[in-house]
Design a binder for this molecule. Sequence first.
Ligand code: PGA
Length: 254
Amino acid sequence: MRQPFVAGNWKMNGSRESVEALLNGMKDAMGSISKTEVAVCPPFVYIPQVAQICAGTSIKWGSQDVSSEKAGAYTGETATSMLNDFDCTYAIVGHSERRTLHGESDEMVAKKSAAAQADGIIPIICIGETLEEREKGITEEVVGRQLNAVIDVIGVQALQKAVIAYEPVWAIGTGMTASPEQAQDVHAYIRKLIADKDAATAEKVQILYGGSVKADNAESLFGMPDIDGGLIGGASLKVEDFMAICRAGDNTAV
Ligand code: PGA
């Protein structure tokens, strides 16, 4: 069966001091986690610090974005080879904040997923509908379009070396979590979309839920059959909250 996975998306938060305190607190608590894979995605500048503190522990790390290009005149961008220099396992791609605030298209997210995989980095591919799209009843159409754009470029089997994060935009940072049933419905749809193309890939791919996951709702979400863990924003910045969410992964592992 699929291993539970909990990843922290720190977004643009933290300082040298807070990174050290958070990771040391996590390291102390990791002994209580045995089944769940745990990762953190700091801002780029803290990746070397995270790599140094987490080396030799079971905590993995990744970036919050990555360039689709290899090198050259791309001011402000960071290449996959640079992430590999600091042993990143993951790169989040297509987070809704990048799609909305930085105009990232489905095609760009697909190219970034391909670039990450070409260099052995596992993309955490974010998809999800806005409130308006949900109210219009086009949630499946939207997440289907976003995911198919990636599959068109990398191929369905390449999803075995990717993680999907379903993050309804209306649930991100709002405290308005999708109910376990609402999330499960979309996760099941995503898995079926993949199964229709390749059943073995659908069985293997981890699909995380993201959007106001907290210590007190994580277990009911992760307990759903097609929810394999979470991508955690706000609650990943506090040791106790994040580790409680990681324990929810262990408690729901099958
Ligand atoms: P949140 O963010 O947990 O703060 O809602 C999740 C995310 O944006 O990945």
